[in-house]
Design a protein around this ligand. Sequence first.
Ligand SMILES: [Zn+2]
Length: 113
Amino acid sequence: MYIKTLSKSGEPLELTLDELEVFSTCPCCGAEVPQPDFWENVKNDPDFDSYTTEAYCARCSSLSVAERHILTKCRSVKSEAEHIGEQLLRGEMTCSEVCQHLRELGEALDAAV
Ligand SMILES: [Zn+2]
């Protein structure tokens, strides 16, 4: 098996699957995590599921479960806060609505921690 893609010069390029470099995203901090054993895992583990298997980056691997949980929450809050800010930029929310949503975000964080 192989995939077809285009080279930088636009020429068609065929790559065998094991030539492909596979990466995942750390579920905790969002860092890119190389998966050098991906094809080995696919070959050797019939239950291996690339959609549900999570791999932490080197930094997050050394954290406790509680620390990973907090970091995951930080990412989520950051993403929600950016979304709220974007709505202000697009004129879909007023300043007071934005403040209200940010307060609710803080309250949700308090409840989760
Ligand atoms: Zn990480």
